[in-house]
Design a binder for this molecule. Sequence first.
Ligand SMILES: C[S@@+](CC[C@H](N)C(=O)[O-])C[C@H]1O[C@@H](n2cnc3c(N)ncnc32)[C@H](O)[C@@H]1O
Length: 198
Amino acid sequence: MSRQFEFFDHHAANYDLKMKFNPFWRLIKYKEKKAFLLLSISLLDKSVLDLGSGTGFYANICKDSGANVLAVDKSAQMINILEEKKLKTKHTSIEDLNLSEDFDFILAMGSFEFMPNLKIGFNKVFKHLKKNGYFILMYPRSGFTGWLYSLIHTFWKCPSKIISTQELIKVANDHKLILHSNYSAGAINNLYVFKKKA
Ligand SMILES: C[S@@+](CC[C@H](N)C(=O)[O-])C[C@H]1O[C@@H](n2cnc3c(N)ncnc32)[C@H](O)[C@@H]1O
């Protein structure tokens, strides 16, 4: 297993506690959650695929809103926690994902920046998203905070890749995913909503 997933395995047990009790992470997560909720998506009876679900922060929000959610993560420890929370899971990397169903919504909230090849991620989204379905991506902004985010993760031996909004939109367009809207989600991230062409 790569060092990156040792990092996520190692932090899985404390991930929820950190979001709850560390004031810095609590504020970051609060702003991000607010941006997500402001999208005001109707999720009742919709199918949602959460790529890089972690401990299920967003998967749980979607499930509580009545969606049928599949949470995907490569970290075995994250999967254990998702299962304790009674979420439906698939233990795999995004790169190896190959499901027979497609989804109304796909989320990637803080996971795509850890993929060495972003094009593979967008290709998997294209393959698993229904026509007219939405891909919701939380991704660090380029600039100082993105640089700092990347630097800290390099120090933690968990490399991340930050690209500009323009580059991100270009990769999405190359995979027939068209930008629908784009918001700031706190100090680090932007929240992008892409729609798959009919
Ligand atoms: C920063 S956490 C975010 C978790 C969750 N989405 C949230 O917002 O709380 C990133 C998660 O993505 C997962 N991840 C990163 N790259 C992945 C990949 N290529 N395939 C599957 N999971 C991945 C990690 O294991 C980790 O659980």
